[in-house]
Design a protein around this ligand. Structure first.
Ligand SMILES: Nc1ncnc2c1ncn2[C@@H]1O[C@H](COP(=O)(O)OP(=O)(O)OP(=O)(O)O)[C@@H](O)[C@H]1O
Ligand SMILES: [Mg+2]
Length: 498
């Protein structure tokens, strides 16, 4: 018998936002359903309602003909629903086995923990997914990808009928993504109902069977994945044709003098890296996850020690002892991990955008509320941050909108920057806004900024950069320029060199 989960007229409001408005659709077993929409469309909110973390204001959920209501995540779990969020919900100090069997640990006849059985039961599940993870190691010692696998196995162990993923591939490497997709296939073959949220359209077309498009909290349409294409989907999502993303960019065509001159730079993580960046130039860094791209930037930014080699910035030999020195010299680094390294989650958008200058002026009374408001508003407009106003605290923004706040901060006129380093700036950002970010990067180049653009999405590195530097294992393994018409294949080939 076909199993299904149906949403019927689901509504949810937060102060100032209608996050979900009359959402109705059905997800069926043995099928993977993609949930897509712009940043702030309401995807995560819907998953939180499914998982019992939030309660809907209107509407109902029907699981196999029976209406279900959840007052807590435990409730939803008992009914067979598991949601896998980007933020891990595991206990790092406990073993893989203990995480997979929380509260359900096998006991022996004396009521003691039956470690042997626990290990065996866990092993069975690990084997089912074709993995080689040791059931006894603490979860905290595993890679991000393997931790995610543990969460999926935990959901599997609970015999969940419904498993939903919220942007699961963002922290994963390509090989790990392959493993995840095999997992999802296994779940599907086992007749599970799978929901999948992602901004990466290529993935959607690779693993889903149907697509539900949402916009501004509303249901737009359901289509069979096999019967549509990227262009149609983007149009449904964004509400307009976005044309050829890269061809339509207005680029800078003349560079100034050398802004950053890196010679044979080595840090604990990278070796013998050399390149020159001119004012007005965009250099893209490509490579597999772990190739050393972010580490080069950390050395330049004064966050890691320079062990050998040297670099000059803005005509001066640079010797940054800390990121503060680098910032003072005019370098801004927009980091990959917005939560760990940048965003003040419990502060407003306005405070976050002004943060670098507020720090500088922290001991002074010269804050200018009117200017701060203006700057925050301009970031909200520039990146279409979805929020009722600039006072909203960042914790309450959707994932993609948090990323936009960080971009707003480092591109604000308050920051006196000459070099902007963007590390995975479009992570979790919807396709429509991505294009605005690419244009903004080109505009900054036109204004004479030097820009370093790091991304794992090769198409965007190729589409945006004037020069591309390819890294592997902490070394530069190739470089190419826009005139040479690089392709994904040619770059990947360089990214595999030693
Ligand atoms: N706890 C909250 N308090 C106030 N507003 C919230 C809260 N959670 C979400 N919102 C708002 O609800 C709307 C929908 O957010 P949601 O996180 O569901 O979007 P999303 O589709 O997942 O976007 P993204 O692709 O950026 O992750 C947004 O406007 C967001 O600011
Ligand atoms: Mg989200």
């Amino acid at each position: 018998m076909e199993q299904y989960l149906e949403f019927s007229g689901i509504g949810k409001a937060f102060p100032g936002v209608r996050a979900l408005d009359d959402i109705s659709f059905r997800a069926s077993s043995g099928s993977v359903l993609a949930l897509i929409g712009e940043n702030g469309a309401g995807k995560s909110t819907l998953l939180k309602i499914m998982s019992g973390d939030l309660q809907p204001d209107q509407g109902k959920m029907i699981l196999n003909g029976e209406e279900v209501t959840f007052s807590s995540p435990l409730d939803a779990m008992k009914k067979g629903i598991s949601v896998i969020y980007q933020e891990r919900q595991l206990i790092p100090s406990l073993s893989v086995a203990e995480n997979i069997f929380p509260g359900a640990l096998p006991r022996n006849k004396f009521g003691l923990l039956d470690k042997k059985k626990l290990r065996e039961d866990t092993k069975k599940i690990i084997d089912r997914f074709g993995l080689s993870i040791n059931p006894d190691v603490p979860v905290g010692t595993l890679s991000v990808a393997h931790q995610q696998m543990v969460e999926i196995m935990k959901a599997y162990r609970r015999h969940s009928d419904v498993i939903a993923f919220d942007e699961p591939t963002a922290p994963l490497t390509d090989t790990e993504i392959d493993i995840l997709f095999r997992f999802i296939k296994t779940l599907k073959d086992d007749g599970k109902i799978v929901l999948y949220v992602s901004h990466r359209l290529a993935e959607i077309f690779q693993i889903t069977d149907e697509i539900v498009v949402m916009k501004d909290g509303k249901f737009v349409q359901t289509v069979r994945t096999a019967e549509t294409n990227e262009q149609e989907i983007v149009k449904a999502m964004v509400g307009r044709d976005i044309g050829d993303t890269y061809a339509s960019l207005s680029r800078n065509d003349k560079f100034g003098d050398v802004l950053l001159d890196v010679k044979n730079l080595s840090s604990p993580y990278v070796d013998n890296v050399s390149f020159q960046l001119h004012r007005g130039e965009i250099i893209g860094f490509a490579g597999l996850v772990g190739a050393g791209r972010s580490e080069v930037m950390r050395a330049i930014f004064g966050a890691d020690p320079v062990l050998a080699g040297e670099f000059s910035f803005d005509g001066q030999p640079a010797d940054f002892k800390s990121p503060k020195d680098a910032i003072d010299a005019g370098i801004a680094l927009c980091p990959e991990d917005r939560k760990e390294q940048g965003l003040l989650l419990f502060r407003s958008i306005k405070d976050n955008v002004s943060a670098p200058v507020v720090d500088k002026l922290s001991s002074s009374i010269f804050r200018n509320p009117k200017l701060e408001e203006e700057i925050a508003q301009s970031a909200i407009d520039k990146f279409s941050i979805k929020t009722p106003n600039s006072e909203k605290i960042c914790l309450e923004l959707s994932g993609g909108n948090q990323q936009k706040v960080i971009l707003g901060r480092w591109t604000s006129p308050l920051v006196d920057t000459k070099l902007l380093i963007l590390d995975e700036p479009t992570k979790g950002i919807d396709v429509g806004t991505k294009q605005e970010i690419y244009q903004m990067v080109c505009d900054l180049a036109k204004q004479g900024y030097g820009v370093i653009f790091i991304s794992s999405e090769l198409t965007e590195v190729i589409g945006v950069s004037d020069t591309i530097i390819v890294m592997h294992n902490g070394h530069v393994t190739g470089r190419t320029t826009r005139d040479e018409n690089p392709t994904e294949e040619s770059i990947l080939a360089m990214a595999m060199l030693d």
